[in-house]
Design a protein around this ligand. Structure first.
Ligand code: FBP
Length: 559
């Protein structure tokens, strides 16, 4: 096949021929699978408050798909809309493909449209019909470019009303939101609103994010994590080899992942660099910035004494939010930015903006701000995203660390406690992995998530997230169903107000992956135990092409 929509590579052409494997339970056609409802559920926290926000959709039962005759799915001709929301993650196009194929399997007359550029597409009523011909060109490809994405949040009464109106204009029976924790929170709110309006339209969420923090017993991993971490691991592995060859540089590699350090942990396992910082551990140990710096300096000195003035440090981008004094600073800044929105909008100079904000901080926090490199201070007061998150991807923590390390080493030199050389360089990997060609795992998983979402819709469910689990086994043994969105929700302070939000799952320091990491990491510090994973393999021996993440492997291990 040749791609007609845009230029393509040989490997992409070859990938369009890949046939995703459906989970065993979904393989015999949509009329041979029926939903079984489990017990009613509770939200993960703040039950009364969450129930108050979701009067019509709170506490639904878990749904599991089982083999069994089910003709209800053929009864009605359905029109479904899909939307990508938030950051890109490898496999998005296969969600659309699975959804499309599932709908068509039930009834050839079922149709699928894609809202363009995230939930703003719903508000502007911008969409395109998903056609078999064009979709075929996107199967098993990376990116979200077929229908694009953005971070719009549907929030105000007017926006909910407009969304409903546009769904009615398009005659859409169901909306599928492919998103992370914030976007799926928004999906839960839209589901609640439409249920309250009693207009018979369903909303289903799909767990997407490279960050891997949308995770629980049912959602074992969000899609994209597998591919993105494989891509970053190739890059980090190559850097390890470069460092080991030239032996002159310390490489500080910041990795995306927002608050959670799942990506960094996985890349750490795959490449075994000298230092892997884990935000959750820093928080648990209450490590100040000075303590974090000291822990790195300690390794730099030991390696230097062994004649090794080089090394690799992995830095999760969200680490900044876990260092106690900076966490306090960020929380204070969040409030100041909300409370002084109008005044700040009139200040165009970044320097004046910084001075204005510093004037509102306590004495201690203001002096902390003043001690930070000026770029970092400015990055900390940059605008929050529509969901109220700090744009951690814009904060160059690796540069902050290098600056502090330099200062500390200079002090130690003066005291004759260190006489090595410290030359450092930085890298930030995030966007490099978000649109990669999905691994076989992600290609299969996303296709199954989309197909399973079609089944949830055809069976009339709303307010659910499509789940596919038992992922450490082969797809034949994967289990499918729906988990109520409200089950994952707790209350958080966002933009100065209490809001319902799907809880991010951070690294569990008592979990098997972290414990395994603690067992291994000391061996990586002074000796070079680097691993060079190389690129994702799409063709070849099964133990390589179907390799799952180490995180999933340790989570499912018996020990
Ligand atoms: P999602 O949570 O929307 O999937 O996005 C994840 C992410 O890639 C984070 O790792 C990163 O901090 C952020 O998006 C960057 O956002 P943007 O694409 O807006 O620069």
């Amino acid at each position: 096949m040749t791609r007609k929509s845009f230029n393509t590579s040989e490997i992409q052409i070859e990938r369009t021929r890949f046939k995703p494997v459906l989970p065993g339970v979904l393989r015999n056609g949509v009329t041979s699978v029926k939903p079984a409802k489990g017990k009613l559920t509770q939200s993960v926290a703040d039950q009364d408050k969450v129930r108050g926000f979701f009067k019509n959709t709170y506490g639904l039962p878990i749904v599991t798909f089982e083999k069994g005759s089910n003709i209800v799915v053929k009864k009605k001709v359905m029109k479904v809309a899909v939307v990508f929301s938030g950051g890109q993650a490898p496999g998005g196009h296969n969600v659309v493909a699975g959804l499309y194929d599932g709908l068509k399997k039930a009834n050839k007359k079922n149709t699928l449209i894609g809202y363009i550029s995230g939930l703003s597409g719903v508000l502007k009523n911008r969409y395109k019909e998903i056609s078999e011909k064009v979709l075929d060109e996107y199967r098993n490809t990376g990116g979200f470019d077929y229908i694009q994405s953005d971070r719009t949040k549907i929030e105000t009464a007017d926006q909910f009303c407009l969304a409903k109106k546009n769904l009615e204009i398009c005659n859409v029976d169901a909306l599928v939101v492919v998103g992370g924790d914030d976007s799926n929170t928004n999906a839960a709110m839209i589901a609640e609103y439409l249920k309250q309006e009693n207009i018979g339209k369903c909303v289903i969420g799909i767990p997407k994010t490279i960050d891997g923090d949308l995770k629980n017993k049912y959602v074992e991993v969000s899609f994209g994590f597998d591919t993105a971490t494989k891509i970053y691991s190739e890059l980090v592995g190559n850097i390890c080899r470069d460092a080991n060859s030239s032996r002159k540089l310390w490489h500080f590699v910041r990795l995306m992942g927002r608050s959670a350090s799942h990506i960094t942990l996985e890349v750490g396992f795959k490449t075994q660099p000298n230092i892997v910082l884990i935000g959750e551990e820093i928080l648990a140990k209450n490590m100040t910035l000075a303590k974090v710096v000291e822990s790195i300096v300690d390794v730099i000195i030991k390696r230097s004494q062994a004649g090794k003035n080089f090394g690799i440090v992995l830095v999760p981008e969200g680490i900044i939010e876990f260092i106690p004094e900076i966490k306090e600073l960020i929380l204070a800044l969040n409030d100041i930015l909300v409370e002084n929105k109008d005044a700040l909008s009139k200040i165009s100079s970044v320097e004046e903006r910084k001075n204005f904000v510093c004037g509102k901080l306590s004495k201690e926090l203001s002096s902390l701000m003043a001690n930070l490199p000026v770029e970092i201070a400015l990055q900390l007061i940059s605008d929050r995203d529509p969901h109220g998150n700090v744009a951690v991807s814009l904060i160059e923590t690796e540069k902050l660390l290098i600056e502090m390390i330099r200062r500390r080493l200079a002090e130690l030199k003066k005291e004759d406690k260190y006489n090595g050389k410290f030359s450092a360089t930085t890298h930030f990997f995030g966007y490099e992995g978000r649109c990669g060609i999905p691994s076989n795992f992600d290609a299969n998983y996303t296709y199954a998530l989309g197909y399973n979402a079609a089944l949830l819709i055809l069976n009339g469910f709303t307010g659910y997230m499509s789940y596919v689990r038992n992922l450490a086994k082969s797809p034949n043994q994967w289990e499918c169903g729906g988990i109520p969105l409200t089950m994952m929700i707790g209350i958080e302070k966002r933009c100065g107000k209490e809001k319902p939000v799907i809880r991010k799952t951070l690294i569990d320091l008592n979990g098997k992956p972290f414990k395994e990491f603690v067992k291994q990491r000391d061996k990586w510090t002074i000796n070079e135990n680097y691993v060079f994973p190389g690129p994702i393999q799409y063709f070849g021996p099964v133990h390589i092409t179907e390799m799952i993440t180490k995180t999933l492997k340790y989570e499912h291990s018996k020990k």
